[in-house]
Write a protein that binds this ligand. Structure first.
Ligand code: ATR
Length: 275
């Protein structure tokens, strides 16, 4: 019988996960299919129990369910998803177990671009779910994480939480230029620059320097205004599609024990984005 995988979210129709995972499934010759399921916030508990009862292989969770999964009593959380407070991957093989692969996806996207983080200063824009995953992952491999968030209190809370595993501090936007001068990597983990507000950026080219690596987790569009300004400033750029691919690849590995072909997944994502 065909094994079922999927992504739960609301809205979920624009998710690129089905195209990406189905490309990997085909390349591996597996008898399986990955579907998108519209599941509302209140419906997550029933949907997870139903998926397990129906023998699903595993699911990803997206907006607005990542934090919701954390609050359901019956999802057994691994240590990383517990500290992050969000789950993006659920495995049904041994109960209902929650993981968060977003931070690893971001780390691998940088490794792919030959960027190592140990001892490096990373300016992280944002303190939402994606930023939390990235902050914990980067701090745990020895980066110094400098968090800048619009809502200062949220940024400070994240810095305090991350300080339990590594080095993190919160700053206000007014410190940005100074922070960037001494930084090795800038990560945009906010939604600023994402379609339809494509002309927005929190950091402009005049604040960037050629030695800096600029990584935008937004992949729609692939070349955000921040990425275009970084390119013009001579900084190294890392675009968001590889974080999507690597977080998905790690979820796939958790469900199946098999590392899927990331090149095939990347091509499927770029095709879907029309790049
Ligand atoms: P996600 O789970 O995708 O990270 P989120 O939890 O809604 O989404 O977080 C979005 C992040 O983008 C937050 O850091 C948010 O800042 P606030 O904590 O101040 O809300 C940031 N963000 C969104 N729109 C922004 C804007 N126009 N200017 C600055 N930051 C913005």
């Amino acid at each position: 019988m065909e094994e079922v995988f999927g992504v739960f979210g609301d809205p979920v129709e624009h998710s690129l996960s089905p195209v990406m995972h189905n490309a990997a499934i085909s390349a591996l010759g597996m008898k399986a299919h990955y579907h998108a399921f519209r599941v509302c916030y209140e419906g997550l508990g029933d949907a997870l129990l139903g998926a397990r009862a129906m023998g699903f292989g595993g699911v990803n969770l997206t907006i607005p369910l990542k934090e919701r999964a954390f609050t359901l009593g019956f999802v057994e959380l691994d240590s990383l998803s517990r500290v992050i407070g969000a789950v993006n991957t659920v495995d049904f093989r041994d109960g209902i177990r929650g993981f968060n692969t977003d931070g690893l996806g971001a780390l691998r996207a940088l490794e792919d671009a030959s960027v190592s983080l140990r001892g490096k200063s990373v300016v992280l824009l944002g303190a939402g779910g994606a930023a939390r995953a990235i902050a914990f992952q980067f701090a745990s491999v020895g980066a110094r994480v400098l968090i800048v968030n619009r809502t200062g209190e949220r940024g400070r809370r994240l810095a305090e939480d991350v300080a339990t595993v590594g080095v993190a501090e919160a700053f206000s936007f007014s410190s940005m230029e100074e922070l960037l001068d001494g930084a090795h990597v800038l990560v945009n983990a906010t939604s600023v620059g994402m379609h339809p507000l494509v002309d927005r950026t929190l950091v402009t080219g005049d604040m960037l320097h050629p030695g800096l690596v600029v990584f935008d987790i937004v992949y729609n569009p692939l070349k955000t205004r921040l990425i275009l300004e970084a390119e013009a400033a001579g900084a190294r750029i890392v675009t968001g599609e590889m974080m999507l691919v690597y977080q998905g690849a790690e979820a796939f590995r958790i469900w199946t024990g098999v590392l899927p072909p990331v090149d095939v997944m990347k091509r499927a994502v770029l095709d879907a984005l029309g790049v």
